[in-house]
Design a protein around this ligand. Sequence first.
Ligand code: SF4
Length: 370
Amino acid sequence: MSNLSNLILIWYKSHRRDLPWRNTSDPYRIWISEIILQQTRVSQGYDYFLRFMERFPTVQALADAPEDEVMRLWQGLGYYSRARNLHTAAKSIVSRTMANHIAYTDGKKCNSFSETTREDKIFPKTYEEVRALKGVGDYTAAAICSFAYDMPYAVVDGNVYRVLARYFGITEPIDTTHGKKLFAALAQDQLDPSCPGDYNQAIMDFGALVCTPQSPQCTSCPLAETCEALRTGKVDVLPQKEKKLAIKTRYFHYVWVKAGDYAFIRKRTGRDIWQNLYELPLVESDHQLLPEEVMQAIKPQLTEEETPQLILLFQGVKHVLTHRVIMADFYQLILPINTRSFASYHKIKVEQLNDYAFPRLITLFLDKSS
Ligand code: SF4
């Protein structure tokens, strides 16, 4: 066992976090927790995980659920493609199990299908099968296989990159093809094959709690004596990245159209952010528009006899995503209750808005406006 693994496993024995997705070898629970925790803090993901497991306790329950319901439970977590992928993958696991079962029983009706769909029986068992699930990359496949099945696959996430880069003093950028290969091989080298699940959890916890991005606890760190970055004064500059993310700004002008107790919404269907979530009527542009320009843009949605007044409610609301910043203005438009305008939108009761999944930007607006 390497010096690093040994020290980290000793540290882990007394510092491991007690989390609801630990102490289980159920691959389904582990899968859900790993997808929820990608790009999400543990404190934020905790309640989402509990709610998700309560509503969808099995792969079958998730596969059977309508997509809108899955999205609603995910609302606020962001990265909505992860929820869509989970749902698609759950359906593919169940349909593959059914196909195998039918083949096994030679097409004869058999009462034991519910027995066959037990979680421990239907979840894929090999690394390749797990890796082939929609939305599962190298990291998640290694996490599921090592935590659930104790298979010797090393995880490499942001925490692992940081600990390895600092401990070994590696200046190779972590976001190049060469850097990724180098770190993946090093992580695999460090893995203790006698307890891969514990080792993987240990190094991730260590990166999250001790060797943190800002203000790592070097003075009390059990690796301090042999840490190369500490010895050479490079803790603050490691790990290194080559590319800077290009951040694009988009300008959204939302119109909160009300007609009596009714509001107008629609589903975002294009290949873009927030796919399959709902939103208010939107005018997008590459710069902030004046109220009269917004009015001009929504005019085709209005019937000729209606010339309502557009009221600006909130201006310049900044919403930051990974690769973009959304600058949003919110307007209000009041129409008669029996209006025929905005005919291509869903006209729903305001009190039913809670039944739909919206991006967080809109939920915050609706909370403020109600
Ligand atoms: S000494 Fe500091 S930089 Fe090195 S592993 Fe420990 S916390 Fe990280």
